[in-house]
Design a protein around this ligand. Structure first.
Ligand code: KIV
Length: 276
């Protein structure tokens, strides 16, 4: 049975930790789903780890919908959250509602995520009022990377910490079902987790959050341009892929591949007739 937003809310009440990973394609989504991960985020991080951009900013709504559809097709159990890309919920409440609806109606996601706190709370409220579950995202929100001046820890000063707590409370009041906190000091994330009743999902926010999210390519070691401090590599897929590809190249160039086992025979008489 598919995980729902109620399951996720109840997990916080019961003190059960929530697991979440990103996915951008059908095959990866299937593997994550079968492994029993509770939620899958079709993150706009795909701009970097799949499409090779420097930031998430060039990612469009159409691209996000395309990948979200593939991920949804690969899942039976996990709750799939579609990430609303840059400028698809900033201009107006109507834009936010219409674009959020596309993730649910066209892609088949069960929820959307958007970045920001107090300043997007009015949009969150209206999207939630449409019956669309929303996940919040505060701290180092990658769509504002230019405003932050790089990948910097957020919430370190008393003012910044207070403002993150206010963001979390405003989003909870606007109706989000869970809150991602990215690159925030662990003690602050723990405090915010205690102060709000909805689950917090950390990425670089310490062990005190109700759950954790990671970019799949970071934990598998398949994206090597940049390895964030908050990620732990559980595998080194880039090395495994590189070795396999080099072996394939060698076997093709030396004639070792394909063998008969990889080829298809045919009736010799047909060939004889052709070769007269
Ligand atoms: O796009 C993404 O992958 C995200 C996670 C880092 C939370 O927003």
């Amino acid at each position: 049975m598919r995980v729902t937003v109620n399951t996720i809310r109840e997990m916080k009440q019961k003190g059960e930790k929530i697991s979440m990973l990103t996915a951008y394609d059908y095959v990866t989504a299937q593997i994550i789903d079968e492994a029993g991960i509770h939620m899958i985020l079709v993150g706009d991080s795909l701009g970097m780890v799949v499409l090779g951009y420097q930031t998430t900013i060039p990612v469009t709504l159409e691209v996000m919908l395309h990948h979200s559809k593939a991920v949804v097709r690969g899942t039976k159990n996990a709750l799939v959250v579609g990430d609303m890309p840059f400028m698809t919920y900033h201009v107006s409440i109507e834009d936010a509602m219409r674009n959020a609806a596309r993730f649910i109606q066209e892609a088949g996601c069960q929820a959307v995520k958007l970045e920001g706190g107090v300043t997007v709370a009015d949009k969150v409220r209206r999207v939630v009022d449409c019956g669309i579950p929303v996940m919040g995202h505060i701290g180092l929100t990658p769509q504002s990377i230019h405003a932050f001046g790089g990948h910097k820890i957020q919430g370190k000063t008393p003012e910044a910490a207070k403002s993150l707590l206010e963001d979390a409370i405003a989003l909870e009041q606007a109706g989000i079902f869970a809150l991602v906190m990215e690159t925030v000091p662990a003690p602050l994330a723990t405090l915010i987790t205690k102060k709000i009743n909805i689950p917090t999902i950390g990425i670089g926010a310490g062990a005190g959050c109700d759950g954790q999210v990671q970019v799949i390519n970071d934990i598998l070691g398949s994206y090597t341009d940049f390895v964030p401090k908050h990620a732990k590599q559980y595998a080194k897929l880039a090395n495994i892929m590189s070795n396999a590809i080099s072996q394939y190249r060698d076997e093709v160039t030396t004639g070792k591949f394909p063998t008969e086992a990889n080829s298809f025979p045919m009736d010799e008489s047909v060939l004889k007739d052709l070769d007269r």
